[in-house]
Write a protein that binds this ligand. Structure first.
Ligand code: DGY
Length: 323
């Protein structure tokens, strides 16, 4: 039987690549380089399925390439703001993603950043490595309390709720959030959470603000200088969502002026080419987009893409169809 031709744009965990090879004619990106726009166009012309990830930009111009063979973009990741979804729809391309399986690992990274920012973990590590630590003293590197503080979440989907659960049950944090729609009352009760009416209210109320809204034009620079200006002087801003939800220049200015206590970032505008000004600031913790980066999670993400491709090629509706 004819096996579909499948291209995966970056290397995946070995076990899922092996499974993929038993089912399809698979082309791997052997040296794991980020594909250029021309390489992505050629992939759309030469493969039945292309499986991109967050680092592949698929704007309307790329998706409009002539003589497309591709019928499905099996995205390896839950976020799909790197794909022009309206253009994909217009070109009859099915797009799927991988929700659910990266919830816990991404919430773990949000908590990691929250704790590192609060307790100045990265700064302390740099100090010790640079042999600039001269011993314990009562006023050295004082951080912010986490236990009992208020966590504010912008967006209250799966990852935000998992973060709130860890913060509330693990650290006794009080939970406030903004979300356009109301979650189930059971979840609110379990977390003793308060739904606030606006993003501004969350910015004012919380000691730690964690962003969990989708990326894309609707949320670009949602957290701008005015929003940051509403934060308490001792507050911390945590971002595991998408880099452009924050106006990065406005955040740099607030950190330089010590208008807020700190920030913990896993994602950046124009990543991986983040604004160099971040690098010289001690009050920001910088991680390289590690949200879903565990072997278990990345394997589960690959399995999810496999299930979506299997359904599509069997003529069924993939579970995680976006368009
Ligand atoms: C996603 O799946 O959208 C994540 O950002 C990748 O880690």
């Amino acid at each position: 039987m004819h096996k579909p031709e499948v291209l995966i744009t970056r290397r995946w965990p070995t076990s899922v690549e092996a499974k993929l090879k038993t089912l399809y004619h698979v082309t791997l990106n052997e040296n794991d380089h980020p594909l250029s726009a021309d390489e992505l166009k050629s992939a759309l012309q030469n493969y039945d399925a292309v499986c991109p990830s967050v680092c592949d930009s698929l704007p309307a111009e790329v998706l409009a390439v002539e003589n497309k063979r591709c019928k499905i973009l099996g995205n390896f990741g839950v976020g799909y703001n790197h794909i022009d979804i309206q253009a994909a729809k217009a070109h009859n391309l099915v797009v799927t993603n991988t929700p659910g399986v990266l919830t816990q690992s991404t919430a773990d990274i949000a908590m990691t950043l929250l704790l590192m920012s609060a307790r100045r973990g990265a700064e302390g590590d740099r100090l010790v490595r640079a042999k600039r630590w001269h011993g314990w003293c009562p006023t050295h590197m004082l951080g912010s309390d986490v236990t009992g503080a208020t966590l504010g979440l912008i967006g209250f989907g799966r990852i935000a709720q998992a973060t709130a659960r860890k913060a509330h049950h693990g650290f006794g944090m009080k939970i406030v959030f903004f979300n356009p729609s109301a979650p189930s009352p059971n979840i609110i009760d379990e977390l003793g959470a308060r739904r606030l009416d606006t993003v501004e209210e969350v910015m004012r109320a919380a000691d730690y603000i964690s962003l969990h809204c989708p990326g894309g034009p609707d949320t670009r620079h949602l957290i701008d200088a005015d929003m940051i200006g509403l934060m308490k002087p001792g507050a911390h801003l945590i971002n595991t969502a998408r880099g452009d939800v924050i106006d990065n220049r406005a955040l740099i200015e607030a950190l330089e002026n010590k208008a807020i206590a700190g920030a913990g970032l896993d994602v950046y505008e124009n990543e991986p080419h983040l604004d160099e000004a971040f690098l010289s600031l001690d009050n920001v913790t910088l991680l390289p987009h590690l949200g879903s980066a565990t072997l278990g999670t990345r394997t589960a993400m690959g399995e999810r893409v496999l299930a979506n491709l299997a359904a599509f090629f069997a003529g069924q509706e993939p579970d995680d169809r976006v368009v």
